[in-house]
Unconditional design. Structure first.
Length: 312
């Protein structure tokens, strides 16, 4: 009887996912992203990673038996898909598995920023009940700009419609079935938005897409929210805009150099930072686990991998 395929996990995984993998595979668990020694590396047939950790060509080369790379989640921007294709390595991901959770988180950040949940709680803790009861903006009837009208963007838009928000969006091209108005210019979208939410792909094409010009266009009553990738926002531009009072605040689930957060960013009470958890919920983890197991099973049984993003 042949040995179970060896799977290398380069990211932290929920216990239930690890337990499920270990039932059918030999698992090397390296949540720090390191590769095993030569003996182990030479027999690895599958890698589990994510969009942030990825897998570059050099590390693929160190895994001569590699057949499939699975991203635990929808993102795979730091997986070298072209290098994988040259070696006929399958790259799979799990699109849509955490989209609803990310959309909820984005909306939570918008509400928390507009209504001032964090600074108001701090004010009450310091005995400033009466002094902190100024009127604050709300989402009802406000203008929402969405960067990226994919699965997550559409779910954010659906939630916004429940608040009677007007919707605009920016992306590579308009979608005939998308809600709201398409803006080819991100600066123009920002200028018409009270809330600007990044829900786009990461990678070189969107690096620093939100720059100082976009933030200035958003204006002193506008909030920027990022549930995409940290690289989408130019951190220095954001700090400069906050210092100059050019925007009202920011809600960030991702940071350019995470987990290292600039202390200056945390000094602003109008900035909320969560530790890259927008896509994490029991439901999303379950869906991501099932997608991962399905992709591995399909591959090792010689079937078409339904969620493959590169040629087999």
């Amino acid at each position: 009887m042949s040995a179970p395929p060896r799977v290398l996990a380069l990211i932290a995984l929920p216990d239930a996912t690890l337990d499920a993998l270990r039932r059918d595979y030999t698992v090397d668990y390296h949540p720090d992203g390191s590769l095993p020694g030569n003996d182990g590396a030479h027999t690895v047939r599958a890698v589990v990673t994510n969009g942030s950790t990825g897998l570059d060509e050099a590390r693929m080369a160190a895994l001569p038996a590699l057949e499939i790379v699975c991203a635990f989640g929808a993102g795979y921007e730091n997986v070298d898909v072209a290098a994988a294709a040259r070696r006929a390595i399958v790259v799979a991901h799990a699109p849509g598995t955490n989209a609803a959770t990310v959309a909820d988180h984005a909306f939570g950040l918008m509400l928390a920023l507009a209504r001032g949940y964090a600074p108001l709680t701090q004010a009450v803790r310091h005995g400033q009940w009466q002094a902190s009861r100024d009127a604050r903006p709300t989402l009802a009837g406000a203008a929402l700009g969405i960067i990226g009208m994919g699965r997550i963007g559409r779910l954010i838009a659906a939630r916004a419609q429940g608040f009677q928000m007007s919707i605009g969006y920016h992306g590579r091209s308009p979608h005939a079935d998308a809600p709201g108005r398409y803006y080819a210019s991100l600066v123009e979208l920002a200028a018409t938005s009270d809330f600007l939410v990044a829900a786009c792909h990461g990678g070189p094409a969107t690096r620093h897409l939100i720059d100082r010009a976009v933030l200035r266009a958003l204006g002193p009553r506008g909030y920027v929210i990022n549930v995409a990738r940290g690289s989408v926002i130019d951190t220095q531009a954001l700090l400069d805009a906050l210092h100059a009072g050019e925007i009202a605040g920011a809600g960030l689930d991702v940071i350019e150099d995470e987990p290292h957060v600039p202390p200056a960013l945390l000094a602003y009470p109008e900035v909320l930072v969560t530790p890259h958890v927008a896509g994490r919920s029991p439901a999303s983890w379950l869906a991501q686990r099932d997608a991962l197991l399905a992709s591995l099973a399909q591959h090792f049984h010689g079937e078409r991998v339904e969620q493959a993003v590169s040629p087999r």
